[in-house]
Design a protein around this ligand. Structure first.
Ligand code: ATP
Length: 195
């Protein structure tokens, strides 16, 4: 999967609609302190399903919405769109949109259809990218890799290898199995009562 375009509106300091074209190859973001470099990377992680407000430097998820300045009022929503090239469908492209409104939480769309956060997270995990992808190198990330515990380092390698989604599916399958076993046991009891 190759990212082609990121569009932001009302996300952190990007109050006005902003478009970033992502060209093939390595992308670096440069600019003066406080201009929004980290906010851009956070927008990318957020649209890929980041669920932790803390890792987006906020106290709650609504902190990603433009909070206002002396000159401009706060916004009621934030929206980020990511367009990517993929070999998984006929169009050769996917567009993921995440939107959050004050008091209403987040919603996701994949190619115009409403989807769950989990669907988006799995889509990117299977493509060996995602909110925690090692391909996104933010400040402090290198020292975090060096200082990581072996289990944390294994999770990073799994993310890079594109197998992180398998853990989510395994957990789902185990839950379904437990529910089915409970149903079977209950059925056995009912049959026993009827005999
Ligand atoms: P540095 O080089 O110092 O790390 P940076 O270019 O990475 O800076 P960011 O950390 O991305 O900059 O942006 C910080 C700016 O974003 C600050 O001015 C901060 O006030 C602004 N900001 C963060 N969240 C919001 C928000 N919800 N609403 C409005 N502005 C915000």
């Amino acid at each position: 999967m190759r990212f082609k375009r990121l569009k932001l509106s009302g996300f952190k300091s990007f109050v006005d609609p902003t478009e970033l074209r992502i060209e093939p190859g390595l992308t670096g973001v440069v600019g003066p302190n406080g201009c929004g470099k980290s906010n851009l990377l956070e927008a990318l992680r957020w649209v890929m399903g980041e669920g932790s407000a803390k890792s987006l430097r906020g106290g709650g998820m609504e902190d990603v919405i433009f909070a206002g300045t002396a000159q401009r009022p706060a916004r009621d929503f934030a929206e980020v769109q990511l367009l990517a090239e993929t070999a998984d469908n006929d169009d050769g492209e996917i567009e993921v949109v995440r939107r959050i409104e004050r008091g209403a939480g987040s919603a996701y769309r994949l190619n115009g259809r409403d989807v769950r956060a989990k669907d988006v997270a799995l889509l990117f995990a299977d493509a060996a990218t995602g909110a925690h992808s090692p391909a996104l190198v933010s400040q402090g990330r290198i020292s975090a890799v060096i200082a990581a515990r072996p289990t944390e380092r294994r999770a990073m390698l799994e993310e890079a290898a594109g197998i992180a989604g398998l853990h989510v599916r395994r957990k789902d399958a185990e839950q379904k199995l437990r529910a089915t076993e409970a149903n079977l046991a209950r059925l056995g009891e009912l049959i026993g009562d009827m005999e």
